[in-house]
Write a protein that binds this ligand. Structure first.
Ligand code: ADP
Ligand code: MG
Length: 626
C-alpha cells in the first residue's frame, strides 16, 4: 500500500486555524485592535459595515511594517512578539501566536496598507483566501490600515452561521469596549455604517468609563486600589445602587488583558454582600497586575480564560480591595472626577495604617463630619435620663453608662462609639455630629417612617427601618465574630417543639445562636427550651421571636445561599428591627441617627436600599428658584 499521509496545503491549514481564531467579526476586530496596540499606536480608528460582515477596518498610527514584514505577517506562526518558548512565560503583548492575520486572510478579502515611521513609501498587500492578489509600493499614512472584507466569503457554512446584525454588532461593541477600557491612554473611535458610535479621547480610566458607558456613571464610580507583594488591583467599582439585574458590565483585566472568571466575579460579588440584593450585578472595571510567571494565559485560543497558580490569594485580595473601596466611599460619596485611581497615591498596602483609615471612614461620612453644625446633638442631660425600653433595645439592657465603659474596655476601633455619659472623655471632634441633643427638637418623624434631621447644609432624611436593620446587622455580625452577644434570661422559659428538619438546622447553628445571646437547652425529642434571648432585643414573646428568626433564616438560606453567620445576622436584624409605622420619640430617633453613622456601611440597608438621603440646601433653594 502506498503512503497516504500528506501535509495540508497552507491555505487549508490556515482555514482550519481560522475556525479557532476567527469565529465571528468581533474576533477579527479584537485581533486587529490588539495588533494596533502592540504596534504602539496612540490613535486607533475602527470602521465597520453591516456589523462587520461586509467590512472591518482598523487604522492605527503605530510603528508600521517594512515590505518584508508586511508580507510575512500573513504567514502562519509568523510573529515579531516571541522568539523562544521562554518568552511564552513573560508575555506582555497581546498577540504571540502569530496566527491571527494568517487566519483572517484565509477566510476573507484583506487589504493592508502599512508604512514604517520615516519610510518614504508604504506597502499595499491584497490577499484573498490566503492567496496574495497584489503587492506594491504605495504612498499611505504612517502606521497600518487593515481592512477585512466579506468575512467567510469562501466558507459559506460559516457565513450563514453568523447571527443577525444586531447580535454581531453587540459582539463587536463588547470587544471594542474591552480594548478601549484597557487602554484609556489611547484614543479610539468607532464608526458603524458611517455613523460615529464612539469617539474616545485619550485620558484617565474614569473618563474612559464615562466615555463608554455614559455620563451617569460619573457619580457612580468608586475607586478601588490595593497593592500587595503578590498582585496589585486597581480600577473602579460601581456603587451598589448602580447595580443592574443583567450582567454585562463587569470587566476584569489581568496585565491589561480582558479575562472572564466566574471565580473572581464571585470575589467581587461577595464584597457587596449586605449592600445589594444577591440577584443584582455590580458594575466593575478591575485591573489586576501580576507577575506573568504566576499565570497561564495560554489555555484557550481566544484567550479570555486564565489560570493563576494561587487562585485563592487572588480571590482574597480582590474581595478585600472591593470591600475597602465600598467602605471608603462612605467618606467620599461622589468621586472627585479630576482625581483618578491611576495617578493618586491613596495609600499603600499597610494593614496598620489601613485600619486607621478604615476607622475614619466608618465614623465620619465626610459631608456630615464637616457639618460641625449638625448641632442638634450635644446634650449633657442625655445621660441623666432613665434607661428607657428603647435604650435597652440598643444597649442590651445594661444602660448607657455600662455600655460606655464597655467601649473603653474593648478595642475602641472595632466597637463603634455611641454618645453617652462618657461622651466628654470619648469625644473626638469628628464625632460631633453624633452627639445627641433632645431639647433642640430639630429631629422629627414624618409619616412614622422617616426621621428628619437638620444639618447646616440641608436636611437629612433617614428611613427608620432600613437604618435600624443596618445598625443591628452590623452589631450582630460583630457579636457573631466575637461571640460577644449578651443574654437576657427568660422569666418563663418557653419550650418550642420543632419539625425534625428544623431541629437539625438549629443544632447546626447552635454555636452561632449562642454567640448572639440565645441560651437553648435540648428538652426531649426535637424540643428546645429557650432560657435566654439576646439582651438587646426587646421581646414580649421569646418563642415567637425564635420561630420568626428560624423562618427568616430558612428563607434567606433558600433564597440567597448566605453563610451561616451572615444569614443569622441578617435574619435577626430583620426580625428585631423597628418597623415602618412605629412612632419614635426624639431620643430614639437621635440614637438611630448616631448609631447609623457609626456603622461601617451607613449608606445601605440590607437589600441595598438607601438608608438615608441628604437634601442639600442648594437643592432646597432650587425648588424655589424660577
Ligand atoms: P501576533 O500578533 O500573534 O504576533 P498576528 O498574526 O496578529 O500575530 O500578527 C503577525 C505580526 O504582524 C505581528 O507579530 C506584528 O509584527 C505584525 N503586525 C500585525 N499587525 C500590525 C500592525 N497593526 N502594526 C504593525 N505590525 C503589525
Ligand atoms: Mg496579533
Amino acid at each position: 500500500m502506498s503512503d497516504i499521509i500528506q501535509l495540508l496545503p497552507d491555505a487549508i491549514a490556515n482555514q482550519i486555524a481560522a475556525g479557532e481564531v476567527v469565529q465571528r467579526p468581533a474576533s477579527a476586530l479584537k485581533e486587529l485592535m490588539e495588533n494596533a496596540i502592540d504596534a504602539g499606536a496612540s490613535q486607533v480608528q475602527v470602521l465597520v459595515k453591516e456589523a462587520g460582515k461586509m467590512l472591518i477596518q482598523v487604522i492605527d498610527n503605530g510603528k508600521g511594517m517594512t515590505m518584508t514584514d508586511a508580507r510575512m505577517s500573513f504567514e502562519r506562526h509568523a510573529t515579531s512578539k516571541i522568539r523562544s518558548s521562554a518568552d511564552l512565560f513573560a508575555i506582555r503583548t497581546f498577540g504571540f501566536r502569530g496566527e491571527a492575520l494568517a487566519s483572517i486572510a484565509a477566510v476573507a478579502q484583506v487589504e493592508m496598507k502599512t508604512r514604517e515611521k520615516g519610510a518614504e513609501l508604504g506597502t499595499l498587500i491584497q490577499i484573498e483566501g490566503s492567496e496574495i492578489k497584489k503587492q506594491e509600493l504605495v504612498s499611505c499614512q504612517e502606521g497600518t490600515s487593515i481592512s477585512v472584507k466579506n468575512l467567510f466569503f469562501n466558507v459559506p457554512a460559516r457565513r450563514n452561521f453568523l447571527k443577525s446584525n444586531p447580535v454581531e454588532m453587540k459582539h463587536l461593541v463588547d470587544e471594542f469596549q474591552r480594548v478601549a477600557l484597557a487602554y484609556s491612554e489611547i484614543g479610539f473611535n468607532f464608526i458603524q455604517n458611517d455613523m460615529e458610535l464612539y469617539n474616545l479621547q485619550p485620558g484617565k480610566l474614569s473618563q474612559r468609563i464615562v466615555g463608554l458607558f455614559g455620563k451617569n456613571y460619573q457619580g457612580q464610580l468608586v475607586a478601588c486600589k490595593e497593592e500587595t507583594p503578590h498582585l496589585n488591583v486597581r480600577g473602579y467599582v460601581g456603587k451598589p445602587e448602580n447595580s443592574k439585574k443583567t450582567r454585562g458590565e463587569q470587566f476584569f483585566f489581568v496585565n491589561n488583558r480582558f479575562i472572564k472568571s466566574n471565580y473572581l466575579h464571585h470575589a467581587v460579588a461577595n464584597a457587596y454582600e449586605g449592600l445589594m440584593p444577591s440577584d443584582m450585578h455590580p458594575f466593575y472595571v478591575l485591573f489586576l497586575e501580576i507577575d506573568p510567571s504566576h499565570i497561564d494565559i495560554n489555555v484557550h485560543p481566544t484567550k479570555t480564560e486564565i489560570k493563576f497558580d494561587d487562585e485563592r490569594t487572588v480571590y482574597a485580595v480582590i474581595r478585600s480591595a472591593v470591600k475597602q473601596a465600598l467602605g471608603a466611599h462612605n467618606v467620599v460619596p461622589t468621586l472627585d472626577f479630576s482625581l483618578d485611581v491611576n495617578f493618586t497615591e491613596n495609600w499603600k498596602y499597610d494593614s496598620g495604617k489601613r485600619q486607621e483609615i478604615n476607622l475614619e471612614n466608618t465614623l465620619v461620612p465626610d459631608d456630615l463630619a464637616k457639618e460641625k453644625s449638625y448641632k442638634s446633638f450635644q446634650n449633657p442631660s442625655f445621660k441623666k435620663q432613665s434607661v428607657s425600653g428603647w435604650e435597652k433595645l440598643f444597649e442590651g439592657g445594661t444602660g448607657l453608662s455600662e455600655y460606655s465603659q464597655k467601649i473603653t474596655r474593648e478595642d475602641e476601633k472595632d466597637f463603634l462609639t455611641f454618645p453617652s455619659k462618657a461622651s466628654e472623655e470619648l469625644s473626638r471632634p469628628s464625632l460631633d455630629f453624633g452627639k445627641l441633643e433632645e431639647s433642640t427638637g430639630t429631629t422629627f418623624q414624618v409619616e412614622l417612617n422617616y426621621i428628619i434631621g437638620q444639618m447646616s447644609t440641608g436636611l437629612l432624611i433617614i428611613d427608620q427601618q432600613a437604618a435600624h436593620e443596618r445598625i443591628l446587622y452590623e452589631r450582630y455580625s460583630r457579636q457573631l465574630s466575637q461571640a460577644s452577644g449578651a443574654s437576657q434570661q427568660c422569666l418563663f422559659p418557653p419550650h418550642v417543639q420543632l419539625a425534625p428538619g428544623d431541629f437539625a438546622l438549629v443544632m447546626d447553628i447552635k454555636d452561632e445562636l449562642h454567640s448572639l445571646g440565645f441560651v437553648l437547652v435540648e428538652f426531649g425529642k426535637d424540643t428546645l427550651l429557650i432560657q435566654g434571648v439576646p439582651a438587646d432585643v426587646q421581646v414580649t414573646n421569646e418563642k415567637a421571636l425564635f420561630e420568626g428568626l428560624l423562618e427568616q433564616y430558612k428563607h434567606f438560606k433558600s433564597e440567597l445561599s448566605l453563610d451561616k453567620r451572615e444569614n443569622l445576622a441578617r435574619s435577626l436584624a430583620k426580625k428585631s428591627s423597628i418597623k415602618r409605622g412605629i412612632k419614635l420619640n426624639t431620643q430614639e430617633m437621635e440614637t438611630i441617627v448616631a448609631q447609623l453613622f457609626s456603622c461601617q456601611n451607613p449608606n445601605y440597608g440590607l437589600s441595598g436600599n438607601k438608608t438615608f438621603v441628604k437634601l442639600d440646601i442648594q437643592k432646597i433653594q432650587a425648588f424655589f428658584n424660577r
